[in-house]
Design a protein around this ligand. Structure first.
Ligand SMILES: NC(=O)c1ccc[n+]([C@@H]2O[C@H](COP(=O)([O-])OP(=O)(O)OC[C@H]3O[C@@H](n4cnc5c(N)ncnc54)[C@H](O)[C@@H]3O)[C@@H](O)[C@H]2O)c1
Length: 442
């Protein structure tokens, strides 16, 4: 299969709708790594290893040395935002990275100015920017985004482009008739159907051009039949939703462990404070609802109360996000978990995670960009479930259940890479590592 992967030659453009805390932390970080000022910690593509063959073979290369990914020096960044700040100014405002580091890459960051955004106030009440496209119809807006992508590609001499949504969380939206087929969606673009969100317009434009689109917010965006159909039609990888960072990352590390040991869970109360712009947008109840649905889905899918009602049938799961400006991007989360063990005796676990939201998210954006480019070059199209590892609420093909357990997600990701490169799949059964020794001793 690996013979069919196109080489990663030429430049890769990474475009992000949204140049806020996450996107600017990614861009400044990659520029700093390119100058050897820091390490890309948290990025599996850059720092992770992958075991190949039997354990006794001792083959454990870095992922970036195993699969043909774009080199960081071949990446060019760009994006759209409703605010006019260039990436240096936006990164300074976001206050995630130290000014000293930002000044070391200032020229590179100042050169990136946001393109005019596709924006609709009814989808995000708490933002008031003026860097916004004006057009008569949503179809015209989609065409304008396609022009932006093609102009960017040409101006920067890119051989390929990928898009990762790093824009704000839109209000909660259920799929409706206009989202069901490509035909109805395109009619909706022409008729300015209010159920077509700005993020869907970017996704449509990307998919029309065969540009991979990954969604880092919990928005519906490309998780609708119309855009899944378009992705297949244009051989384009898509994926989402909502970067798995912070509290949900902890949840999907811990919950599979409790379930593996058949320990019961009665309640899981999760509370957060954060003070960045993301927190301000989520302070609006309609936008919070989108995030809440994404965060709540995780436990049910891991613990499966319907197949184990004795252990998980009574679980009370609550998630709260509170906007608290002094916290800035340094989100603090508290989890109170009521569990029970042998004969029903109760115990409690408390987690207090003092995390840095964008520091956890930036490497995920990099990995998603590089892996979606790899998927495109490998002829993989439609929903990339093997990238579920990166998402709170993984998109699946219609009718399938998402996998939330981070360890299973990692196995699927690594086995996909092994398969792509013509290596044996590893099942983690004993035979994988000591069968040779067993046979030798017979
Ligand atoms: N930081 C994390 O750990 C994390 C985790 C999971 C998901 N997310 C999601 O990632 C997204 C980005 O987070 P952030 O912390 O960078 O937020 P942010 O508010 O700092 O940045 C988002 C940017 O998107 C812009 N924007 C909004 N709508 C837009 C549109 N239609 N077109 C172009 N730009 C638009 C905003 O002006 C803002 O600058 C949010 O949706 C957030 O919920 C973040």
């Amino acid at each position: 299969m690996h013979n069919t992967i196109e080489k990663a030659t030429g430049k890769l453009g990474i475009l992000t709708p949204g140049l806020g805390a996450v996107a600017t932390t990614l861009i400044a970080g990659v520029e700093a790594v390119k100058k050897n000022l820091a390490q890309p910690v948290g990025s599996l593509t850059q720092m992770g290893n992958i075991r190949l063959g039997k354990k006794s073979e001792n083959r454990n290369p870095k992922i970036k040395d195993f699969v043909p990914l774009a080199d960081l020096h071949d990446i060019v960044f760009g994006g759209w935002d409703v605010y006019q700040d260039n990436v240096f100014e936006a990164a300074m405002n976001a206050k995630v990275l130290e000014p000293m580091l930002l000044h070391a890459v200032r020229a590179e960051l100042e050169a990136i100015k946001p393109m005019k955004a596709v924006f609709d106030q009814s989808y995000i009440a708490n933002l008031h920017g003026d860097n916004i496209k004006q057009a008569a119809t949503k179809a015209d807006l989609a065409k304008a985004v396609m022009d932006d992508i093609e102009n960017f590609k040409e101006a920067n001499d890119c051989s390929r482009v990928v898009i990762v949504w790093c824009g704000s969380t839109e209000i909660y939206l259920e799929p409706s008739a206009v989202h069901q087929t490509l035909e109805s969606f395109e009619a909706g673009l022409r008729n300015n159907d209010p159920a077509i969100a700005p993020s869907m317009i970017y996704a449509y434009a990307a998919l029309k051009l065969g540009v991979p689109f990954m969604n880092g917010a919990p928005n519906l965006t490309c998780d609708i039949p119309a855009l899944m159909q378009l992705a297949k039609q244009t051989d384009t990888p898509i994926g989402g939703k909502d970067f798995k960072t912070g509290q949900t990352l902890m949840k999907t590390i811990l919950a599979p462990g409790l379930q593996a040991r058949a320990l019961g869970v009665k309640g899981w109360f999760s509370s957060n404070i954060l003070g960045n712009r993301d927190g301000y947008v989520l302070d609006h109840p309609d936008n919070f609802k989108t995030k809440e649905v994404s965060k709540l889905s995780v436990l049910e899918d891991i613990l499966q109360p319907e197949s184990n009602p004795e252990l998980y049938g009574e679980i009370y799961h609550k998630v709260r996000i509170n906007y608290y400006p002094p916290a800035g991007d340094n989100k603090e989360s508290w989890d109170n978990i009521d569990i029970f063990g042998w004969l029903g005796y109760s115990m409690q676990i408390k987690i207090n995670f003092l995390c840095r939201d964008s520091i956890l998210a930036a490497p995920l954006v990099l990995d998603l960009a590089l892996f979606s480019d790899l998927a495109k070059r490998s002829g993989m199209s439609g929903v990339q479930e093997w990238l579920s590892f990166y998402f709170k609420s993984p998109q699946t093909e219609t009718g399938l259940h998402p996998e939330h357990d981070i360890f299973k997600q990692l196995i699927v990701l690594q086995n996909t890479l092994r398969q792509l490169m013509g290596e044996e799949i590893i099942t983690h059964m004993g035979q994988d590592f000591d069968q040779d020794l067993v046979e030798a001793s017979l």
